[in-house]
Design a binder for this molecule. Structure first.
Ligand code: GAP
Length: 448
């Protein structure tokens, strides 16, 4: 059996169906990865809910990020900051003044568009009678408490990053870290996007995985280069083929107000190259801005040398929901097995919703109890599905389609020889294994 990906460097269009996006969106809905939100009420404004398989996979994407960015490092600590946040945070960060998109109205059909995303005419009715573009702030504004007045205004965070800056001092004093060190956070962010689009690529509610890495200013360039490499490696290691991944450096004119250098990790989406993650050298912009507005010194003080400085920040900022979609697109394949067409998701086992499906050959009274015993052995090790309905061939196809890397089949011989069959998703190769060695075998496969 082989678990390895045989496609490194696969060119973008090789074996990709033209309507890949449509097929993946259909699969997501049909199998319970992602549903349009509030569907029984006709849906709600491009919002989405993650179904049983999607919730598992999204968790796996976040866990894989967490493992690489927090667990396997001793220089990064996590936080989990509030989503509901004070206006002063966004005043200092520049979001109140600058976090805008240019908005135009169509005078004919009254649709609203992002001026920089349309070519001078309304994509809905074709009219060129558009208003002048005006700045539209993307932050969701609300009120904290029962009184709706200026003093109670609060914002839903549009990025997780500011949580790391406003907690910089508390983290520094409680952890006794010294630069270079990072603060990481995974969680929801909200942007009132004018035109959400491309399924979960751009939504108003989404999840981010961000890390702010605080460094001595004269080391910023070297750490920027380091994080570009690290982050590219993360996507490749989890199965994005090299030909579908690239790094794009921003030109001067494209840089955000806080950035000295930015590069995007881009994926070859069906509509072209687009951003998965932005990696920026944010300089000392944020810490200085919060220090100026709050009056609190946000610096590192080296007790040994007595040196004081405001660290520079290198920020790898990724989207969990967008990245999950890229993993699905990259994994989608159709092939033929035994003369029969099958759809499969070649997901890395770390990302697949289920790592193992336990399948009794039939609903037979003697097979099901043994199969449940096998399930009980595997559940502490990994996420398992248990399926007894339909023919075994159909059930293999169903598991292939949701990316389950291993099926464990219990048949009538199992009652006698106390062994089961492990069937591998990509190759369909089968291997007979004694039940008392099953956990070890599966753990070995998953650890590869
Ligand atoms: N703190 C920096 C920051 O937020 P960003 O490039 O605006 O940078 C980082 O966002 C990542 O968050 C993006 O690369 C993308 O993956 C994800 N993201 C941003 N806006 C999104 C949206 N409306 N829907 C889904 N994901 C989004």
């Amino acid at each position: 059996m082989t678990g390895e990906d045989s496609r490194p460097g696969r060119p973008i269009d090789d074996r990709r169906p033209d309507d890949l996006m449509e097929r993946v969106v259909n699969l997501c809905k049909r199998r319970g990865f992602i549903f349009p939100s509030a569907e029984i009420y006709g849906g709600f404004r491009s919002t989405y809910d993650y179904g049983p398989l999607g919730a598992l996979m999204l968790r796996n994407v976040k866990n894989a990020w967490w493992r690489a960015m927090v667990q396997l490092r001793d220089d990064v600590v996590p936080i989990d900051a509030a989503i509901l946040s004070a206006p002063r945070i966004w005043e200092a960060s520049g979001h109140l003044a600058n976090f805008t998109d240019p908005l135009v109205d169509c005078r004919n059909c009254h649709e609203r568009w992002r001026a920089d995303k349309i070519a001078g005419s309304c994509p809905n009715c074709g009219s060129t009678d558009l208003t002048e573009a005006r700045a539209f702030n993307l932050m969701f504004k609300t009120y904290a408490g029962p009184v709706e007045e200026d003093a109670t205004v609060a914002y839903l965070r549009p990025e997780t990053a500011q949580g790391m800056f406003v907690n910089f001092l508390s983290v520094l004093t409680t952890t006794r870290k010294k630069p270079p060190f990072g603060i990481a956070q995974v969680g929801k962010s909200f942007r009132n996007e004018i035109t959400p689009q491309n399924f979960v690529f751009r939504t108003r509610e989404f999840e981010q995985m961000e890390m702010e890495y605080f460094v001595p200013p004269d080391e910023a360039d070297q750490w920027f280069a380091y994080w570009l490499d690290e982050r590219m490696r993360w996507y490749a290691d989890l199965g994005i083929p090299a030909g579908q991944l690239r790094l794009r450096h921003h030109g001067e004119e494209e840089l955000s107000h806080y950035s000295a250098a930015t590069a995007d990790v881009e994926f070859a989406f069906p509509w072209g190259w687009d951003e998965l993650e932005g990696i920026a050298n944010r300089t000392d912009y944020d810490l200085k801005a919060h220090a100026a507005l709050s009056g609190v010194r946000l610096e590192y003080h080296d007790p040994g040398s007595g040196e004081r400085y405001v660290p520079y920040v290198i920020e790898p900022a990724a989207g969990a929901t967008r990245t999950m979609m890229a993993f699905l697109l990259a994994a989608y394949e159709e092939d033929e097995v035994g003369g029969e067409q099958r759809t499969l998701l070649r997901l890395d086992p770390r990302l697949a919703p289920y790592q193992v499906a336990v399948l009794p050959l039939s609903k037979n009274d003697r097979l099901v109890p043994l199969s449940r015993e096998v399930l009980g052995l595997l559940q502490p090790v990994c996420m398992c599905d248990f399926d007894v309905t339909q023919s075994i061939g159909r059930r293999y196809r169903r598991q292939d389609e949701i990316g389950t890397p291993y099926c464990v089949t219990i048949d009538f011989d199992s009652l006698e020889d106390k062994a089961v069959t492990i069937r591998e998703r990509d190759t369909t190769a089968q291997e007979r294994v004694p039940i008392d060695r099953l956990v070890q075998e599966i753990s070995g496969h998953l650890a590869r």
